[in-house]
Design a protein around this ligand. Sequence first.
Ligand code: SAH
Ligand code: TYD
Length: 406
Amino acid sequence: MPKCLISGAETETFLSFGRMPIANGFLDRGEFQSEYFFELKVGYCPESKMVQLTELVERERMFHENYAFFSSTSRRMAEHFGRFAEFVQRSYLARSSDPFVVEIGSNDGIMLQHFASRGIRHLGIEPSANVAKVAQSKGVHTISEFFDEALAQRIVAEHGQADAFMGANVMCHIPYMHSVMAGVRRLLKPTGVLVFEDPYLGDIIQKTSYDQIYDEHAFYFSVASVEYLVARHELELIDVVPQHVHGGSMRYVIGHRGAHPVSENVIKQRLFEQELGLERPETYQQFARNVARSKQELMTLLRDLKQQGKRVAAYGATSKSTTVTNYCGITPDLVQYISDTTPIKQGKFSPGAHIPVVAHDVFAKNYPDLALLFAWNHGEEIMANERAFTDHGGKFILYVPKVHLA
Ligand code: SAH
Ligand code: TYD
């Protein structure tokens, strides 16, 4: 039985997606033979309440100088990070005479640029060198390293302690969470806060958004599991704020134990989780059944469309879609190509399923009959931009929360 990365207790594996490649491992034809695979499976720990991967991929296979995810590809996300920066500045920096903020997984500087432009002392920590370079070119101070306790000690020695330590869609990527939290404890001033957000377990369960499960996401956080984790480091969860991005995320605010009042939101959200059954193993068994049903419905639809001679393409070469294509068995005869605006992905093939990734032009110049929306989390933004496609009779295929056309 695999052991929980947080409590060390035995976890209960409730779902395996089978053989899976690296989610962001877009590749050339010549690399097909040497493609790396692992078993993607998830478990629940009744002690820490943490849902987590029970087989992990080495971090250097995922985060490197050719990392394929650039944060600034979505305008909505750029706006979201502007608001995130404002929230931190307004709520936690106002009383500091010389504020200092640190962001982990700062990518191309999408959030820190707001602190940089206001002349606020800041530091980004971004191990993927190519995206870190983009941030540096925007004038965002960034070091290309993995954050852990040792790095936190060095930062404190060089820059002093921080008022705010931030992270978006990165905490859940780091299996060595105890080293991260020990680092947070060293790094934060006595009144400093950790503010991070990640896809929320409650949304994943409610929407059957199983594509949030892939190699980079070691953890699927809830209020209960985050409370358990931070309590082990004499830290305390003081607020939670649900976010609409990425199909439903949760923002967690954490301080040193006893340093801040605890918001009512924390208690309310914990009760909600109990009602949803996030602490009952049966909930995860039911989730596994829902996932199997979703796969069956999607594949039936794609095979029917093929029989009817419809042209189906996909929209958004997301990391999430690697779980969908490989678990469901979506091949290039069912989905001809994936349109994506990220230059580094174009001309490559999708991990495992080997569906060609093409520039948006290919889609726009010759619309398919249907577009399978892999970037469903950006659905509003994309559908607003693609009115011409739907006006032309095109339809989007969605599979979250249920398989349907839009
Ligand atoms: N915060 C951005 C990027 C999320 S992608 C956004 O929300 O859009 C996750 C990022 O975390 C990647 O750029 C990856 O290189 C980085 N990362 C992974 N492990 C890390 C670690 N241990 N310390 C700091 N950054 C890390
Ligand atoms: P995203 O869903 O943000 O992340 P993940 O890889 O974590 O699942 O990825 C969105 C992808 O979709 C990214 O490769 C950029 C692409 N994209 C488009 O091609 N067009 C668009 O209009 C948007 C918003 C995204």
